[in-house]
Design a protein around this ligand. Structure first.
Ligand SMILES: C[S@@+](CC[C@H](N)C(=O)[O-])C[C@H]1O[C@@H](n2cnc3c(N)ncnc32)[C@H](O)[C@@H]1O
Length: 299
């Protein structure tokens, strides 16, 4: 979604930028190369991001990476400093999925980890220690998996024989829990793995907490640009934009605290979320679920 993101960034003025999800640095380096940037502050919870930042640091003195969670965005920035642009490219990076030892992929054998960095739990703890009901709830609520109960039951049955140790063992248990006739386009373990990752990294709260904080950090006319990859996140972003732009919003069980319209501080720039082009989906199938939303701070 980089091209779509860049199409919203002003070319005619100097801008200060926060890239809240640095990852491998693709967005940061492209923005530093192509725009008139006074300062780019990058954040990522994953210590591996330091490796990708090295090259950029050498080339751009106005670049800095902080290894922290973006929910601490207000503590990371210098007191009362404001920015023209805050970008979130949510979810997981290709390098995190591709390294089997991180445990994010059900296609490669790896430990049951899924910690993006700075989290206290691992998938192993949930799968081998949590009770059946709790496992089912996580998979249902964060993965929208309708076979959550069967999956949780089979996890508990299997771990009684021996601890479940790796991603392939878990993926096989999930696969066997889903009725054979249920042929889906996605791998049967996709939703369960997504749910575990969201839970382990507390992704829903991370997003909610940080969105609220961005309002104080954006300059007037500053832009909040968010790319999300799953419906729970997109719903939070959509509700947040609606709530802060005086629009009526539909209540969501995941964002129940929004009951009134808030003060009008944002103008929604993307009436509908922007989706990747067909070409981008062919080149990078992981982008197929991406949704880009942009809002402008108006006061
Ligand atoms: C989709 S990737 C970003 C890719 C990046 N735009 C690029 O060009 O390489 C998302 C990144 O956000 C990071 N991340 C996810 N949740 C985070 C959080 N709560 N705080 C800080 N970083 C987070 C992940 O570690 C991952 O590296």
């Amino acid at each position: 979604m980089l091209d779509q993101v860049k199409s919203f960034i002003p070319k005619d003025k100097k801008i200060s930028v926060i890239d809240a999800t640095f990852g491998g640095g693709g967005y940061s380096s492209s923005i530093l190369e192509e725009f008139n940037v006074s300062e780019l502050l990058a954040i990522d919870r994953d210590p591996i991001s330091q490796i990708f930042a090295k090259k950029i640091k050498k080339k751009f003195l106005n670049f800095k990476l902080i290894n922290d969670k973006f929910s601490n965005i207000d503590k990371i920035i210098k007191k009362s400093k404001k920015y023209d642009l805050i970008i979130f490219d949510l979810g997981i990076s290709s390098n995190q999925i591709d390294i089997a030892e991180r445990g994010f992929s059900f296609q490669n054998k790896g430990p049951l980890d899924m910690n993006m960095g700075l989290s206290n739990i691992k998938a192993y703890d949930i799968i081998n220690l949590y009770d059946e009901k709790k496992i089912a709830n996580i998979i249902y609520e964060l993965g929208n998996e309708k076979f959550s109960r069967r999956i949780a039951k089979n996890i508990v049955l299997n771990r009684k024989i021996k601890f479940i140790n790796n991603t392939i063992e878990l993926a096989e248990i999930i696969q066997k829990s889903i009725p054979k006739f249920k042929k889906t386009k996605i791998h049967p373990a996709t939703k369960t793995f997504q749910a575990l990752r969201i839970y382990i990294n507390d992704e829903i709260n991370e997003l909610k907490f940080s969105l609220n904080k961005t309002l104080k950090i954006l300059k007037k006319n500053g832009l909040l640009i968010i790319v999300s990859f799953q419906s729970l996140e997109d719903r939070i972003v959509k509700d947040f934009f609606n709530h802060n732009s005086g629009k009526r919003w539909r209540s969501s069980r995941h964002y129940p605290e929004l009951v009134d319209l808030g003060p009008i501080t944002l103008k929604i720039i993307t009436k509908k979320p922007i989706r990747p082009s067909d070409n981008e989906i062919i080149l990078n199938p992981r982008s197929r679920s991406a949704k880009l939303r942009v809002a402008k701070k108006i006061q």
